[in-house]
Design a protein around this ligand. Structure first.
Ligand code: UDP
Ligand code: MG
Length: 137
């Protein structure tokens, strides 16, 4: 079974979408192996998005990600990295397919409701960034 990291970003939590996002995971056969509500400091957000540290949107993105509570989850299932990315939709909600989380709820290229790891190596780093083995069911 594959695992991946999902985040319901601060805009998603503010809009009351925690239940809606989790429902989409569960109805698509994805299991939640760990979950918590956290609030990132600016430093924690910078460390998480370190791959994007040279990008023009880095400052704004890390301000946004540390602007309020978010839900971090480890998702588990067959092919779950790709499956989650499909349910999320494209980074830019204007390019996201109908029926995806970002198509339905994102309002901005930055405030796009959810994060999902994009490959096994990034998933391993990102899960370890928020969870210890002991948190995993
Ligand atoms: N982002 C942004 N402007 C951009 C590209 C990305 O604000 O032009 C933000 C957006 O919140 C995105 C995050 O940075 O989800 C990480 O970007 P990435 O390209 O990794 O997209 P994702 O993997 O989240 O689809
Ligand atoms: Mg990404």
């Amino acid at each position: 079974m594959e695992k991946t990291l999902s985040i319901i970003k601060p805009d998603g939590v503010k809009k009351g979408l925690i239940g809606e996002v989790i429902k989409r995971f569960e109805t698509n056969g994805i299991k939640i192996a760990a979950m918590k509500l956290i609030e990132m400091t600016k430093e924690k957000a910078k460390g998480f998005y370190t791959v994007h540290s040279k990008r023009p949107f880095f400052e704004s993105l890390t301000d946004f990600m540390s602007s309020g509570p978010c839900v971090v989850m480890i998702l588990e299932g067959e092919n779950v990295i790709e499956k989650n990315r499909k349910l999320m939709g494209a980074t830019n909600y204007k390019e996201a397919e109908q029926g995806t989380i970002r198509y339905d709820f994102a309002t901005d290229i930055e405030k796009n409701v959810v994060h999902g790891s994009d490959a096994p190596d990034t998933a391993a780093f990102e899960m370890g960034y928020f969870f210890a083995d002991i948190d995993l069911l």
